[in-house]
Design a protein around this ligand. Sequence first.
Ligand SMILES: [Zn+2]
Length: 269
Amino acid sequence: MEALEHIRHFTAANPGMMTLTGTNQYLLGREEITVIDVALPGEENIDGILEQIERTGGKRIEKILLTHTHRDHCGGAVALKQRTGAKLGICALRAGYLGGEDFTYKSGESIPYDGGELTVVHTPGHESGHCCFYESSRQILFTGDHILGQGTTVIPPPDGDMALYIQSLEKLLDLKIRLLLPGHGPVIHDPYGKIREYIDHRWLREREVLDSLRGGRNTIPAIAARIYADLSAPLQSVGRLSVEAHLIKLVREGRVVRDGERYLLGGKE
Ligand SMILES: [Zn+2]
């Protein structure tokens, strides 16, 4: 990772879901450290975080922030809090989810840390309470699973929402960003290129879903088998979730009609 003063990271050794790499846990601050995401509760991970902080001049963990409540981002949060006495924060929409939270945050709120200040950017889509953290003075954005260092993110219905996801991507284009620091994979040095690529990818998939319907494929497995023909069996199931997320969006927009397991083009298409 590019050297960013007062920002370190420790990647949890979780195998992650499917093709994802381990979770990047970011450690911000000079001496009083703010941690973004804690993937695993095991000693190996918690020790790894604490050693990394100690090695780089940090004194103690002041607070923990979470991008979202999937296990590979919050699974070790309570363990780290118990071990260190750090204050645990969570998106206000997810208050009480873990138990033992000390504070909540909302979109637009500022969260100072020892060496900078983050602004919360609510980015629903991957998870309805997903938040990115933006540091305007450095023009960096901690993206959690909203944008990944490699591959694309899964939008798992019903909590995952494709329409909101695309809106949450478009929202980022309004920010001045130099670097994206994702929850998995390497730092992204071409933020706008990546954001546009992500948006374009979703529009491409939507067109493919509509084309499949036009071609007479009208169930989720049939559509996924066409669009994700190249994927291995485990990834096919992820593909089906993605197709379902697109269909839910299209049904809501009145462009597709659902009839039990079948989906049919609506009058607008
Ligand atoms: Zn993740």
